[in-house]
Design a protein around this ligand. Sequence first.
Ligand SMILES: O=c1[nH]cnc2c1ncn2[C@@H]1O[C@H](COP(=O)(O)OP(=O)(O)O)[C@@H](O)[C@H]1O
Ligand SMILES: [Ca+2]
Length: 417
Amino acid sequence: HSNREMWFQDLFPPNTCPINAKTFYGIMFDAGSTGTRIHIYTFVQKSPEILPELEGEIFESVKPGLSAYADQPKKGAESVKRLLDMAVDAVPPHLWKKTPVVLKATAGLRLLSEEKAQALLSEVKKVFEESPFLVPEDSVSIMDGSYEGILAWITVNFLTGQLSGQNQNTVGTLDLGGASTQITFLPRFEETLKESPGDFLTSFEMFNSTYKLYTHSYLGFGLKAARLATLGALNTEVADGQMFRSSCLPKQLEAEWHFGGVKYRYGGNKEGETGFKPCYVEVLKVVKGKLHQPDEIRGSSFYAFSYYYDRAADTNLIDYEQGGVLEVRDFERKAKEVCDNMERFSSASPFLCMDLTYITALLKEGFGFRDNTLLQVRRSSIPKPASHQPHNRCKSDTHKGRIDAIHKTFGVHSEKL
Ligand SMILES: O=c1[nH]cnc2c1ncn2[C@@H]1O[C@H](COP(=O)(O)OP(=O)(O)O)[C@@H](O)[C@H]1O
Ligand SMILES: [Ca+2]
């Protein structure tokens, strides 16, 4: 650089934004069964002719999820309000009125009675309406299970660029939540379309193509719901002080657990068997014959998210940041290792053996995957916008200051076992 090129740089510091780039915000709540998450998206429109680009995301979460407040809807809505207050700080005041806010609830609320779910949603709606943001019609609702699966599939296949050309090599997605689990893929064989239950197929249009997807959300087959099912405590009246025991838990364990606003007591088989074999038998009862098994998935590979990722990362099967590629049999190998050495692992979580065994059984006996089916196990279907992207340098200091302050206030959240 010659001095002549440099002289003006003090006048225009490198982090000054182009005057005509417009910034928009959007606020999305993912109200899952185990937690509520806020995504505050920033979009930048660099010129009027092109579509806005995702510039950044602020993310925070709280636990427990809304469904834990089944009997205290106002308290549930307060947990949403605390997250929404962050958005008030993050979005510049002159854009509040133009920034839409929506909340999509998933399986936790689907499992509640209509009455309790509606009470929660209407309290959340009140919180939205008292906020300075734009509240679209239908801004607070329970997301349809098939939409949940399609959303993950679109995100993966469009962001990995698979669908941009004529290339129809798409990849299926598996999501294991707390209360429900989804499987979604684009069938390649006529046979699959013919043998699938009608409500497992959904068509949608995108970029002038029609995609007919196989997708289904199994309610009650999420990891935490499966714990209850294995213990025999799902969909039963729980008597006061009733104890649920399992061979998947450490022998001497006796403890309490709250899920969906109900308290459960659980423990190990004090006198009886423990370990992988008896545990697999127990877990098998939960999945065997309960899921549709499309033939064509046996030979294909899938992306797997949420608790597939969490448990694989917890047990060092994959890298915590990068994720990794696993075979179905890797989950089984790890399940055996943990269940047959329960004392060594129970400090992490007493449920680790049960969780890994359930994942194994769900993949093999539930969906019908082969031992050598490949799984791309990833933290999230949505890659974080890279901080080194050129337009991220073009963020005002005050904006960055806000984000830093928010992250400091709320700390880094990581999923506990
Ligand atoms: O922001 C997020 N987006 C997607 N999944 C998340 C997010 N935060 C946590 N998770 C994962 O979601 C799983 C919990 O599922 P969730 O609470 O969404 O239940 P649900 O989908 O059955 O309602 C965990 O594996 C957790 O790591
Ligand atoms: Ca979820």
